[in-house]
Design a binder for this molecule. Structure first.
Ligand SMILES: [Fe+2]
Length: 362
């Protein structure tokens, strides 16, 4: 009974007598009734009162019952309300038309009280299930939203932790000849800027961003006497220094990760020259992976602007641009042009992130 008192039924009919009789019947059953005497009022009342069920006459002035059903079912606010279409039209076509318009039940006039009670109870049962499903669906949607947000945050944390691990490991390797990790971070950031300037996909840009800090990881295998030598290297020492490329590639070799595979390519080829005069393989042109060509120019820029064990002075941004121009033949022309398109960003980021550390790029 308590449940019925909160159940509201809209009765729409231009026949005042029918409204009075039906209202009496339903109120006796414990339902609350609201009424409308034409199609438009029924639509307006359904939107405002949010009834649990609508009892709708087919033949009404203005909009007929079929049209009212159609409009109620089209409106997202009222589409879920069960509709009983009441009609004196008992022919098959009218019944099919009513059901096609979206009515949930059909009743013939005069309405039988028992039948009306049973129909309403059944429809309410279905509506309760539907309401539950809608509510549950909303709950699931909000759960998915929350979980998606959690996953995004977890991804960000993992990504940052991954990047931090790369920085720390790369720094551990370079600890002997560099005082801070700023060089590694700058290489990463500069490489990303250049990769974007070249129009690479965001996936490739990210790969290069994560992979480039590991470019000199092979220096772990270079003796201190060579790595920290405060003077130019002899030919033999330089040959040893060159092996940091192949050592790095060996360390990074065999990974399933696209990032580590890119890191392997960068470690191996970041000293290769476009004209074939680089090392370790003397690769030429596009035989050198693009990631290696990008890190090459970035590494030269950052090294020229930083101190090195055998050269205490460092170059200004303008001097570094001249050095790079003089070396033009060793760089991929596309990468070279892209670098000069965004060299101002390099200047700003270097000035903001310099650590004054001694840097050796070998
Ligand atoms: Fe290197």
């Amino acid at each position: 009974m308590e449940e019925r008192e909160s159940t509201k039924i809209l009765i729409a009919d231009d026949d005042k007598l029918f409204i009075r009789i039906t209202t009496d019947m339903l109120e006796k059953m414990g339902y609350l009734c609201v009424t409308a005497e034409d199609g438009l009022s029924a639509l307006e009342m359904a939107g405002r009162e949010k009834p649990d069920i609508i009892l709708l006459d087919v033949v009404m002035p203005g909009l007929d019952g079929f049209e009212v059903v159609r409009r109620l079912k089209e409106n997202i606010e009222t589409a879920h309300i069960p509709i009983i279409l009441v009609t004196i039209l008992s022919d098959r076509n009218s019944r099919i038309r009513g059901l096609s318009a979206g009515a949930d039940e059909l009743l013939s006039k005069p309405v039988d009280e028992t039948e009306l009670g049973v129909r309403i109870k059944n429809l309410l049962k279905i509506k309760r299930y539907e309401d539950y499903l809608v509510k549950h669906g909303r709950f699931l949607e909000s759960m998915v939203r929350d979980k998606t947000l959690e996953l995004k945050e977890a991804y960000e944390k993992t990504r940052n932790a991954y990047m931090d691990t790369i920085y720390k490991l790369s720094l551990a390797v370079e600890y002997r000849d560099r005082e801070t990790g700023n060089h590694i971070k700058r290489i990463s950031i500069f490489s990303r800027i250049l990769a974007r300037q070249l129009g690479l996909s965001e996936k490739k840009v990210e790969e290069i961003f994560f992979a480039s800090p590991m470019h000199d990881i092979g220096k772990i295998g270079i003796p201190d006497s060579i790595l920290l030598k405060p003077a130019s290297l002899t030919e033999e020492e330089f040959e040893t220094m060159k092996t940091h490329t192949t050592i790095g590639a060996r360390i990074l070799h065999g990974s399933d990760s696209e990032i580590v595979r890119t890191a392997e390519a960068i470690a191996l080829t970041h000293h290769e020259n476009w004209d074939g005069s680089g090392y370790p393989q003397g690769l030429k042109g596009e035989d050198i992976p693009l990631s290696g060509r990008i890190v090459h120019i970035v590494d030269v820029y950052d090294a020229a602007r930083s101190k090195r064990p055998y050269r205490k002075e460092r170059h200004t941004h303008e001097e570094t641009l001249m050095i790079i121009k003089d070396m033009e033949r060793v760089f991929d022309p596309k990468v070279f042009d892209a670098f000069f398109e965004c060299e101002e960003v390099f200047r700003r980021l270097y000035d903001e992130n310099e650590g004054g550390e001694p840097i050796s790029i070998a």
